[in-house]
Design a protein around this ligand. Structure first.
Ligand code: 6R9
Length: 665
């Protein structure tokens, strides 16, 4: 079956149920719904006892905890607060002397197809050596290190090395701009930056180090003393004397043995920036103990990882999915995983399928946007259809980052999974640390387009504006009513914003507000996520704040007077960015409009990164506003979709501008 773009949208709700095969149930870690329900009942009966048990089973503690949950300063919850551990030891050292020691930890495939493998033993040595190099540069426990790296073994090593010495890492996605790097370096107070001279993507050599140079030259980053440069390619890079060192220089003479530093369970393992509903990205701060517990446990449960599995999560380490399901979860679980440097469409759109065949991947985890673009590619070129490869090694498929529409689900199920592999549609967020709502491959009957049921212990509910539970079938706000170990601890340097964003007073100040809408099915109580309810867009599975893009646009002060950004549905990227712009000069038309639109797109790509580049830009003499001056975003959303305006426009100052704004460039 193949899907045309219109067919992608056509099946909005799919009611067929796909139960796991008997074979899958029998072999699974959580075997059957009874096993799932028993775990839920355990968490219900003895909430703290349940989490304490999992914390003991999943984490190697250097000092055992005696407290479980400390809610004395809620919503600043603490978990296992008197326990101590090291995250890197929990991923690497724990396997030494076991059969995992000489197992392949990472199969790295470079953009050009070259493959490198490292065992757990070798990875431990590389991490140890790198950790010693960081120490030699004066990095201490509690310092922050900014990582701006391509998808490579070195990227994982850099993160693990920070964890090993108790330094808090902050990874910035390699597609972000110099401005984004600068803002994050300042906000987090980084003392050292780890980067590469270039990254290879789709056959192209793209700069990283020069972007770091630009970011640090913008000022305000005086805390950064050192920049370490991984020489990914042989192309020379510009050295700032006294500040920059190549990896080779930094690693020279360093011992591979670096004892892991024990840290408190609440010690910040990392800060990861994500978009919120205001202009400034939020530094989501995660703990060490609670995070490691759920990263490992969900890797084992959701993906049912077994000894022989080859796991492949396609996410970049610059996102939370790459943190939890590349750097920490699979390694703590002792799995073999694939790390891929390149892009799914190079050298052609069969790359994923080719790599699954080549490395005998058995558990494959990717994003709906990638699936949808590969559906399109396979539709127009039979040679890149997954049927051309042997995908029989696959046993479990996963999806993350945005709702997967039933049509894409069915295509993935049939053409990739051969109607044999359960699809785990995992709902979670940067702030959650790890999976929240997801099917379990050996238990949950699947319904396409639904992330099904919460993991045991996750008190997820759908509520109205006053925080009251809604019945099945009624749409409302997704919340989590009780704390969980891998939850966000605070927003770095902004505890007030943390409280306001996630634990609003209107809901009593103790309930976590996800920012997504959801509805539970009438029959099974299965969750379906209906999308963000705040000013956050989801473009290709990446979160973008509308205000962030608006701020970038109005920062072009010579040209832009005002801007409003909304999302509109898009076949491939899920949502597309649509910007309505008022210029400081007469409204342009025709070629001039196209030229300015291009200039603004490029500007936003430079300010934030290419993922923020608006797809549509429309010009008006004004924006639709109420008499009190509020931009009527609902109208803009309709205009962006190309819908006729049916809303009440009587409060609008200037109804004539609607016609202008309906015109595309
Ligand atoms: C892991 C990750 C979080 C937002 C979240 C929601 C959307 C993620 C989803 C999903 C429907 C799923 N989202 N997974 N929506 N079904 N399975 O993506 O984290 O980058 O913080 O994005 O993504 O809107 O609120 P993050």
């Amino acid at each position: 079956m193949s899907a045309s773009p219109s067919a992608i949208e056509s099946v909005l709700i799919e009611n067929r149920v796909f139960p796991p095969s008997e074979e899958t149930v029998k072999a699974a870690r959580i075997s059957g719904m009874e096993a799932y329900e028993a775990l839920c009942a355990e968490a219900e009966r003895d909430f703290e006892g349940y989490w304490a048990r999992l914390a003991r089973e999943n984490v190697i503690w250097t000092k055992p905890f005696t407290q479980v949950l400390d809610d004395s300063n809620a919503p600043f919850y603490k978990w296992f607060a008197d326990g101590e551990l090291n995250a890197s030891a929990n991923c690497l050292d724990r396997h030494m002397g076991t059969e995992v020691e000489h197992k392949t930890a990472i199969i790295f495939e470079a953009d050009d197809g070259a493959v490198t493998r490292v065992t757990y033993r070798e990875l431990l040595k590389r991490v140890g050596r790198f950790a010693n190099a960081l120490k030699a540069q004066g990095v201490k426990k509690g310092d922050r290190v900014l990582i701006y790296m391509p998808m490579t073994i070195e990227g994982v090593v850099a993160m693990q090395a920070c964890a090993r010495i108790g330094a808090t890492h902050s990874v910035v996605f390699g597609g972000f701009s110099a401005k984004a790097v600068q803002e994050r370096a300042i906000d987090v107070g980084a003392v050292l930056v780890i980067t590469a001279n270039y990254q290879m993507r789709g056959g192209k050599e793209l700069p990283l180090k020069s972007i770091v140079d630009e970011a640090l030259a913008m000022g305000g980053c005086e805390s950064v003393r050192t920049v370490l440069v991984y020489e990914r390619t042989s192309t020379p890079w510009n050295r700032v004397q006294g500040r920059d060192l190549s990896f080779a220089e930094a690693l020279e003479g360093q011992d591979a043995d670096c004892p892991p530093v024990s840290v408190n369970a609440e010690h910040p393992l990392f800060v990861l920036y994500t978009s919120g509903s205001t202009g400034k990205p939020k530094g989501v701060q995660h703990s060490t103990g609670g995070y490691m517990l759920w990263a490992r446990q969900t890797a084992l449960w959701t993906f049912d990882l077994q000894d022989k599995d080859v796991f492949w999560c396609t996410a970049d380490i610059g996102w939370i999915t790459g943190h939890t399901y590349v750097t920490y979860g699979p390694l703590a679980a002792g799995a073999t995983q694939v790390v891929f440097e390149g892009v799914p469409t190079y050298p052609n759109a069969g790359r994923f399928w080719q790599m699954i065949e080549r490395h005998k991947v058995s558990v494959f985890y990717t994003a709906p946007t990638a699936i949808r673009s590969l559906i399109k590619a396979a539709d127009s070129d039979d040679k890149v259809h997954p049927k051309n490869w042997d995908l029989s090694s696959l046993r479990i498929l996963g999806s993350v980052g945005e709702p997967i529409n039933p049509e894409a689900w069915m295509w993935y199920y049939k053409n990739v999974g051969g109607e044999r592999c359960p699809i785990v549609d995992t709902f979670w967020q940067t702030e959650n640390g790890a999976h929240v709502i997801t099917p379990l491959p050996g238990a949950t009957p699947l319904v396409p387009g639904s992330c099904t049921l919460p993991l045991p212990g996750m008190a997820v509910a759908v509520v109205d504006e006053t925080g009251h539970d809604l019945p099945n079938g009624a749409g409302g706000m997704l919340v989590i009513k009780r704390p969980w170990p891998s939850m966000i601890r605070t927003i770095w340097g902004d505890p007030e914003r943390f409280k306001k964003s996630y634990f609003p007073e209107e809901l009593g100040g103790r309930i976590y507000l996800a920012g997504d809408g959801a509805v539970r099915s009438e029959d099974r109580g299965y969750f379906r996520i209906t999308g963000r309810i705040d000013d956050v867009l989801n473009v290709s599975g990446h979160r973008m704040g509308t205000m962030e893009i608006e701020s970038a646009l109005v920062a072009k002060t010579d040209l832009v007077a005002e801007a409003a950004v909304v999302g509109r549905p898009d076949d491939v990227t899920g949502e597309a960015i649509c910007a309505f712009v008022v210029l400081k000069r007469p409204r342009p038309e025709g070629e001039e409009a196209q030229q300015i639109a291009k200039e603004l797109r490029d500007w936003v790509a430079r300010e934030i990164g290419p993922i923020a580049r608006p797809k549509d830009i429309r010009f008006g003499e004004n924006l639709p506003k109420t008499r009190s001056g509020k931009i009527m975003r609902r109208l803009l959303r309709s205009l962006a979709k190309g819908e006729a305006i049916t809303q009440d426009t009587s409060t609008l100052e200037n109804p004539a501008i609607l016609d202008q704004l309906a015109q595309t460039n």
